[in-house]
Design a protein around this ligand. Structure first.
Ligand code: ZN
Length: 395
């Protein structure tokens, strides 16, 4: 996006530090394997009760356990014992921990959090029940599996800025914004495609022009749950650098709501799921207003999660989530954010934007921001929401 176009009249909003919101971090002190009634158990010794989620993946077979707000003390190692032949772990986002158990064969995992008892502290016990040939591999914990068939994936609309006759900003070395943002977007698409419970939707796949309104229309047609627009920043000066995340400003929201309302009296099914056709205009405008307030709050939360993860990849140009009246952020019912990944007008960041390494790291950060957001705010009726409900029931 080019600032010279005057689209970014932004007001800063202070971020709360994720650390401050997170409370006490739980430590995974030790892990061991045990057998109980013919079932392999993986037992994690914990410093306290932990929020977690659990799911199985196949090809290769593995079980993934995500611990919220947790860390490992020292190292974590297990002696391989069938069906577990390996254990890996990594930090996830700013505060979370992901543990992956590599398995010889498919298993149906379930978990229990045990309170301190007889000299043992808090423990998370993961049971790896063997799958019989007749049992299809489940991808979720038992509590969440009840209504698996009706649960849908969340749809993440990825919007690479510009395209076709509109190159976006152009760097000193001739780098086009439209090309580098498409490269990042495609990497993000691949990451989301690999994530259970998520489905990507790329607004443009190639070098074509798509109007801003058309981008919104496409996202709505796909019933997107989230909208992320990817751009590169530009300034008339060479030194500004870093990344900025934007969400819609309140003023931009309300005028657009009025326009949408007027234009779409007969096509209102997507406005907060409320059927406005039976309501008069005043009631309708109040309902749109309420839906938009909720969407603005969700967008800001999304912006916070994106900012926190981007901060690990590149210096932030603005540490806070910024607000501006970008047209592509104006869906009244889809939480939306626009990411200026780096300054293409800054020679060293232009170089960075061209490298596959940076493109991938940025995509990973955006993916982590989206995952963190859905960890807390997955829409009901989705696989992700059911999984998190199951996690809460277990702990
Ligand atoms: Zn742009």
């Amino acid at each position: 996006m080019r600032r010279l176009l005057g689209v970014s009249g932004a007001a800063a909003v202070t971020l709360l530090s994720p650390r401050a919101l997170a409370g006490t971090r739980i430590t995974v002190k030790h892990v061991r394997l045990a057998r109980h009634n013919g079932v392999t158990q993986v037992i994690f010794d914990l410093s306290g009760p932990v929020e977690h989620s659990l799911f199985a993946l196949s090809k290769p077979e593995r079980v993934v356990i995500d611990f919220k707000n947790a860390q490992v003390a020292g190292g974590m190692r297990v002696k391989p014992s069938a069906p577990v032949h390996g254990l890996r772990y990594a930090r996830r986002g700013l505060n979370d921990l992901r543990v992956v158990l590599d398995l010889d064969k498919g298993s149906r995992p379930s978990s229990r959090l045990l309170k301190p008892q007889g000299g043992d502290g808090y423990r998370l016990v993961v049971d790896l029940a063997a799958l019989s040939a007749a049992t299809p591999a489940p991808v979720m914990t038992a509590a969440a599996a009840q209504s698996t068939t009706r649960l849908r994936d969340v749809v993440v609309a990825i919007d690479p800025g510009h395209g076709g006759v509109d190159p976006g900003a152009v760097g000193k070395r001739g780098t086009y914004e439209k090309n580098v943002v498409l490269a990042i977007a495609r990497r993000l698409e691949a990451l989301i495609k690999k994530t259970p419970g998520m489905q990507p939707y790329l607004i443009r796949r190639g070098d074509q022009y798509v109007s801003l309104r058309e981008r919104l229309r496409k996202a709505r047609a796909k019933k997107a749950d989230l909208f992320i627009s990817i751009h590169a920043d530009a300034s008339p000066y060479r030194y500004p650098k870093g990344s900025t995340v934007y969400v819609l400003s309140e003023r931009g929201a309300s005028s657009e709501a009025a326009r949408l309302l007027a234009q779409r009296q007969n096509e209102v099914d997507r406005v907060a799921g409320v059927n406005l056709s039976t309501k008069d205009n005043l009631v309708a405008s109040v309902l749109v207003d309420l839906a938009q307030t909720a969407t603005r709050e969700s967008s800001f939360k999304l912006g916070e999660h994106l900012t926190a993860n981007i901060n690990r990849v590149i210096r932030l140009h603005s540490r806070s989530v910024e607000r501006a009246a970008f047209v592509v952020l104006k869906s009244p019912d889809i939480p939306s954010a626009l990411v200026e990944t780096a300054f293409i007008s800054n020679p060293s960041e232009e170089r960075l934007l061209r490298t596959p390494v940076f493109q991938q790291r940025m995509a990973v950060a955006l993916h982590a921001g989206v995952a963190d957001y859905f960890n807390r705010y997955a829409p009901s009726g989705t696989l992700l929401a059911a999984r998190h409900r199951a996690v809460r029931a277990l702990s």
